[in-house]
Design a protein around this ligand. Structure first.
Ligand code: EPZ
Length: 415
């Protein structure tokens, strides 16, 4: 397993470019199974989760070509099996979305409970309820779900707002017979982008990006081309990194409109920002604390909760962080405490952070993708040598992060 060795405490400076959104590209890879035509996907981040979903697709007999950096061509002309490889699916939560496209295309799918980040319970009841509502039959045997049936359009209301749940139902309903109405849908930009892509392949989806989505099922979809939208979580992470290390960083190739809730929080914290059309400049500034509550889009993203906690350790005063989406996503702050942060846990969903504190360098384990990245920000704030182990977790979602951070002055190497 690779490690990062970091000498923290430097101010950073310069430009950093945002890659395509992992959580958008993964869904297009899954959606490519809905058609026997070729799907060309551009601006794909070269991250481990993309390697995993490519392996899953190849296992199904799908052709996955990678002609150049950031570009993939996927052709699911024939599907050899609709059993998703359990070993790989256990590493990737996004594999759950593939169950929808396989079920819709092949009429059946077999899969284990998906894996991914250890941030809470992460059940799949919404998917099962959704597929049942569309007429599928579900069996659970020897640790595997087996779902079968010809899908028929129906009305479905999500009892919990779910990003992948919404995406899965959009995919399943696109090839179902008749009309599907979805209510209480997630509104993330990745969902709107998925629907736009599917519509360009012949689907009839209206309302994506709002809580109400209507889908008129079609018989088949054709192949198409997709330009992956910029990764809003990566852009937000870089902005928080700049603010926490009091650095002047220009974040390029991003979509600032996708991060309005973050800009509000940063401005309240005293951070100066120059927001342009596709870029954001963070200007070093004094920091005062803020309260942050995570929420579904367009609220403050749970995926930015861990970086923002690090920011609050550097800000004056006591701030409350309320994680509303996942019950296990604040546990990573135990290690932040060992670095010197003054964190008080009220309950699994709420912590207070008193700042500013000098963080101490440390040898740490990256527990999951976003917490791993938050540790990276923390050790860049801390003077001295730190080591982050298990950087596979960071590589799952951030392309060659050490090379890109080195270009803006970070002292970091991979060993
Ligand atoms: C997506 O996960 C993202 N993953 C996550 O990013 C992100 O944190 C999350 O959305 C929230 O924004 C991908 O897109 C691959 P949810 P998802 O279903 O769809 C509960 C990252 O770091 N729920 O919107 O799995 C669930 O427990 C990852 O890139 C059910 O109760 O999240 C949670 O409390 C981590 N039953 C809430 O809904 C279900 O069947 C929202 O989760 C499904 C979910």
């Amino acid at each position: 397993m690779d490690k990062f060795v970091i000498n923290g405490g430097n101010k950073l400076k310069g430009k950093i470019e945002v890659r395509g959104a992992k959580n958008a590209a993964l869904k297009i890879f899954a959606a490519s199974v809905l058609t026997s035509g070729t799907v060309r996907i551009k601006n794909v981040p070269e991250v481990e989760d993309i390697v995993r979903i490519s392996e899953l697709l190849k296992n199904l007999g799908v052709e996955v070509l990678h002609p150049k950096h950031g570009e993939y061509r996927i052709t699911a002309a024939k599907i050899k099996t609709s059993a998703i490889n359990p070993k790989i699916a256990k590493k990737l939560r996004a594999s759950i979305v593939l169950t929808a496209s396989l079920l819709a295309r092949a009429g059946n799918v077999k899969f284990p409970h998906p894996g991914g980040c250890v941030i809470g319970e992460r059940p799949i009841d919404i998917f099962l309820d959704g597929y049942k509502t569309l007429g599928a039959k579900i069996n659970y045997r020897n640790g595997l779900y087996e779902i079968k049936g010809k899908l028929i359009g129906a009305k479905f209301t999500f009892n919990n707002v779910s990003v992948t749940g919404t995406e899965a139902m959009i995919m399943a309903a696109s090839l179902a017979k008749g009309k599907t109405i979805l209510k209480n849908c997630a509104c993330e930009p990745e969902i709107e982008s998925l629907a736009n892509f599917l519509n360009s392949c012949g689907a009839k989806i209206q309302g994506a990006g709002t809580p109400f989505i209507a889908i008129e099922g079609v018989k088949s979809l054709i192949g198409g081309e997709y330009q992956t939208i910029p990764d809003r979580i990566e852009a937000g992470t870089f902005a928080i990194l700049a603010a926490a290390t009091k650095s002047n960083i220009l974040i390029k190739n991003c979509e600032p409109e996708h991060l309005d809730s973050l800009w509000n929080v940063l401005r309240k914290a005293g951070v100066r920002l120059n927001i342009g059309k596709n870029q954001v400049e963070v200007i070093p500034s004094g920091l005062k604390t803020v309260n942050v509550k995570t929420h579904e889009y367009p609220g403050f993203p749970t995926d930015l909760q861990s970086p923002v906690c690090v920011l609050l350790t550097q800000a004056e005063g006591q701030g409350l962080v309320h994680e509303t989406i996942y019950e296990g996503r604040l546990l990573w702050t135990e290690e932040l405490k060992r670095m010197g942060a003054n964190v008080l846990m009220h309950d699994p969903h709420r912590i207070s952070i008193q700042g500013p504190t000098k963080l101490r360098s440390r040898n740490i384990e990256s527990p999951d993708l976003r917490a791993g990245m938050a540790y990276l920000i923390a050790v860049l704030c801390a003077k001295g040598k730190s080591v982050i182990n298990n950087v596979y977790q960071i590589d799952r979602g951030y392309e060659k992060i050490e090379e890109r951070l080195r270009k803006i002055g970070a002292d970091i190497k991979r060993i």
